[in-house]
Each structure stands twice: as structure tokens, then as C-alpha cells.
Ligand binder design. Structure first.
Ligand code: 13P
Length: 251
């Protein structure tokens, strides 16, 4: 059976000392039966890692370059993330696509490089509000999934998680209804089945993200094709994150 994964994307929040405190609070949440991941900013990784040492909480980063090293000012490599203690990396978040020129092609390059080094990738896809209103949600998601996963093997898919994050639901308090979220997650699973086979599709964790919180997590996670959450704002509040983790454990 596929894993339920609850991951916190801290985005550009928390200084190293604040990150150490938040990670220490999350490290106290011990009674869970799902995978729990925190993804702090790069400079916080060592501090967060130290705080979760000896617990089952996993560490992830928010981006990763495709080159091994070199003249790429402002970027970070998979080797650096691994040495900092990361097991996961988020790739292709909509904020990177919207504000930092991330394209399906660069998402694919980053994904392949991260996988080649042994990181697990949380690949984000999601439609804009205008795209949903224009009825193009499925074609946008299909393009992002096909191009993001281009040239991957079924074996590599064992280390890929897809996060469906409708852009209009991120940080807006507007959650997709559980039916809307389920519909797209199910569609993503059908695409994976087409690309890699039904067995791989059944094993792939597909998360929902976008204003998931302590109140709505259980309902979203009860849907058959929603296997976890990628959480922004609520992941910065340990009590709320704990409730979401409990909902993930109950799945
Ligand atoms: P919010 O939970 O703050 O809406 O953010 C979702 C998100 O973008 C997680 O990657």
C-alpha cells in the first residue's frame, strides 16, 4: 500500500533559531503512523535536523539544482541537501513557477538530478484560477505531469510523490472541496498509470495542498486518491500540524 505523507512546506519563514524551536516542537509529536516531513529554508536545515534527530520526522528542502556543482549563484545541489540531512526535496512549487521562472523543463531537470542522487522528490502541479475558470484544469495538469516526469522510469517513480496544489487555494483560505481535490488527484493517478503502469500508479503517493488545515484535513484525507498533504501556513503552527498528522495517521 502507498504511504500517507504529511509534509510541511515552511516557504520563506523562520530564521535558523526560530526553525530550531519549531522543529523541536514538531519533534514532540511522536505518536503517528504516517510519514512526516518538514521542509525549512536552506539555511535552517542543519538546525532543524538537529532538533528532529532521533525522531521519525524527516527533513526536506524546497528546491534543488540539476547540476552537481559550479557557477550557479544562488542555487543549491542535491549533494549539499543530502549532507545537510535531507531525504526529500520539493520541486516545481507554483511559487517557483510563478515568481522565479520555473518551467516544466527545469522542473524535469531538477527532478531527474535529485532522483539520481537518491533524494525523494515532491513534484508540485496545479492550475491557476483563470485556468480552472476556463475549464483547462485537466490539460494544464496533464502537461505538468507529463513534462515533469519526462524520461523517468517506473523504478524512479518509487521515489516520487506528486503534490496537487491548485494555485487559487494556496495561502488564500480557499480550500478545494474534497470532491474537487479528489477529482484531480484521481486524474493524476490515471496519467501515472498510462505513463508507468497501473502498479506504479497504485503505489504513488499523491498529496493535496492549498489551505489544508486542522479543520479540513480529515475530510480531504478521507478521499481515496488523496494520500497526504503538503501544508504551508498550518505547518508553522505545531498544534495545527499535529492535528493534520493525526488525520494522516488515521488514513
Ligand atoms: P498553504 O497551506 O499556506 O495554503 O500553502 C500550501 C502550499 O503551497 C504548500 O506547498
Amino acid at each position: 500500500m502507498r504511504k500517507t505523507i504529511i509534509a510541511g512546506n515552511w516557504k520563506m519563514n523562520k530564521t535558523p533559531s526560530e526553525a530550531a524551536d519549531l522543529a523541536a516542537a514538531i519533534a514532540k509529536i511522536t505518536d503517528f503512523q504516517c510519514e512526516v516531513v518538514i521542509c525549512p529554508p536552506f539555511v535552517d536545515l542543519f538546525y532543524a535536523k538537529r532538533a528532529i534527530e532521533g525522531t521519525a520526522v524527516k527533513l526536506g528542502a524546497q528546491n534543488c539544482h540539476w547540476a552537481e556543482s559550479g557557477a550557479f549563484t544562488g542555487e543549491i545541489s542535491a549533494d549539499m541537501l543530502i549532507e545537510a540531512g535531507c531525504e526529500y526535496v520539493i520541486i516545481g512549487h507554483s511559487e517557483r513557477r510563478q515568481y522565479f521562472g520555473e518551467t516544466d523543463e527545469t522542473v524535469n531537470r531538477r527532478t531527474k538530478a535529485a532522483l539520481a542522487k537518491g533524494l525523494k522528490v515532491i513534484l508540485c502541479v496545479g492550475e491557476l484560477k483563470e485556468e480552472r475558470e476556463a475549464g483547462t484544469t485537466e490539460s494544464v495538469i496533464e502537461r505538468q505531469v507529463r513534462l515533469g516526469l519526462k524520461d523517468l522510469t517506473a523504478e524512479e517513480m518509487a521515489n516520487v510523490v506528486i503534490a496537487y496544489e491548485p494555485v487559487w487555494a494556496i495561502g488564500t483560505g480557499l480550500t478545494a472541496t474534497s470532491e474537487q481535490a479528489e477529482e484531480v488527484c484521481k486524474f493524476i493517478r490515471s496519467l501515472i498509470a498510462e505513463l508507468f503502469g497501473a502498479g506504479t500508479a497504485e503505489e504513488t503517493t499523491i498529496q493535496y495542498g492549498g489551505s489544508m488545515n486542522a479543520k479540513n484535513a480529515a475530510e480531504l484525507l478521507a478521499m481515496p486518491d488523496i494520500d497526504g498533504g503538503l501544508i504551508g501556513g498550518a505547518a508553522l503552527k505545531p498544534e495545527d500540524f499535529a492535528v493534520i498528522i493525526a488525520a494522516g495517521s488515521a488514513k
